[in-house]
Write a protein that binds this ligand. Structure first.
Ligand code: AMP
Length: 144
């Protein structure tokens, strides 16, 4: 998938938004939804997506969505920091398959990082669901 294309309403994040696919929810407001990445690159890897959007990537997103979305990303990132006390946080977003994008509904990754722990492989190795739920509760409790 390149940077060009049309939004596929059957993508997994659209299904999560419609309640047709499960997710381990961290946070939700009028504008954004945050849930645990099921193939985490580190403990506490969270995804933040716009709820009212058909943008496949950042370049396509409407200006009025970008503001609330980025505020949501910052809010969740602060909660991840407060809950898990990482040494650092990687916040990333991929556009197009050559850049590493695999799901074509705009999303941001929030990945806690610890000194000396390398980033895990992207979109590989499914997490333990009980552990994900526990992490989601810890992060959710720190949303300010
Ligand atoms: P990207 O490669 O930037 O498009 O990121 C897509 C992310 O979605 C990857 O990190 C996947 O691990 C993650 N992912 C794929 N399916 C699901 C799902 N059903 N629930 C949560 N995360 C998912």
């Amino acid at each position: 998938m390149s940077l060009d294309g049309t939004y596929d309403a059957g993508n997994i994040f659209a299904k999560i938004l419609r309640g047709e696919a499960p997710s381990v929810r961290v946070f939700e407001d009028e504008h954004v939804m945050a849930f645990m990445d099921v193939f985490p690159q580190a403990k506490g890897h969270v995804l933040v997506i716009p709820k009212h959007s058909t943008a496949r990537n950042f370049l396509e997103e409407a200006p009025e969505i970008i503001g609330p979305l980025m505020l949501g990303v910052q809010r969740v990132a602060r909660a991840v920091r407060a809950a898990l006390k990482p040494d650092g946080l990687t916040i990333s977003q991929f556009n197009g398959a050559p850049a590493g994008q695999t799901v074509y509904h705009l999303h941001f990754h929030i990945i806690p990082r610890w000194e000396g722990v390398p980033l895990g492989r992207h979109a590989e190795g499914m997490a333990d669901m009980d552990e994900l739920k526990d992490l989601a509760e810890q992060i959710s409790a720190m949303i300010a």
